[in-house]
Design a protein. Structure first.
Length: 174
């Protein structure tokens, strides 16, 4: 590498190694069964709820290994970048994007804390968390959604670290 390349060259984006995991989070969050069978509202709010829920389950799995702390931060940065882009696509302008993104990150943090507390206690503790944090269609059975979220967290929890970081794991909420 010559001097000019070192001075002006771009360093590789450390987040790129986690992009397949982020894409897998979004793919799982958009699985049709969450909306068609389990009653999550297929709206912008409902889709955000599922992205933040799946991401929280992944982040909780990553918390088990302290050496993944930097990867957790990078994955959260990908979430922030994606949400920033989504807000801009939906007409939110520069002056307020930061405020909206901060609110979304705060929401993610709240859901992460709520799941951290409720998941080990099972469906009875998880149902009220989902009722507060997921936009559901009228008549939705939150207990069925709770069972699916518990199964999701278990599948992610059983995933080996390398497979997790590369987004190479499966789960079907159907």
């Amino acid at each position: 590498m010559n001097l000019l390349s070192r001075l002006f060259g771009k360093r590789p984006d450390e987040r790129e190694a986690l992009r397949p995991l982020w894409q897998r989070v979004v793919e799982l969050a958009r699985a049709r069964a969450w909306y068609a069978r389990l009653g999550v509202a297929d709206t912008m709010e409902g889709r955000f709820d599922m992205v933040s829920l799946v991401l929280a389950a992944v982040l909780l799995r990553m918390e088990r290994e302290p050496e993944l702390a930097e990867s957790q931060a990078r994955l959260t940065e990908l979430f922030v970048d994606d949400m920033d882009g989504q807000l801009r696509q939906n007409g939110i302008g520069d002056p307020t994007v930061g405020k909206h993104v901060r609110k979304l990150v705060t929401t993610l943090g709240g859901r992460l804390g709520a799941l951290r507390e409720a998941l080990p206690q099972g469906a009875p503790a998880l149902v009220p968390v989902l009722e507060r944090n997921v936009t559901m269609l009228p008549g939705t059975d939150p207990a069925s959604l709770a069972s699916a979220v518990i199964a999701l967290a278990a599948a992610i929890g059983d995933t080996q670290t390398e497979a997790l970081l590369s987004g190479d794991f499966s789960f079907d909420p159907a």
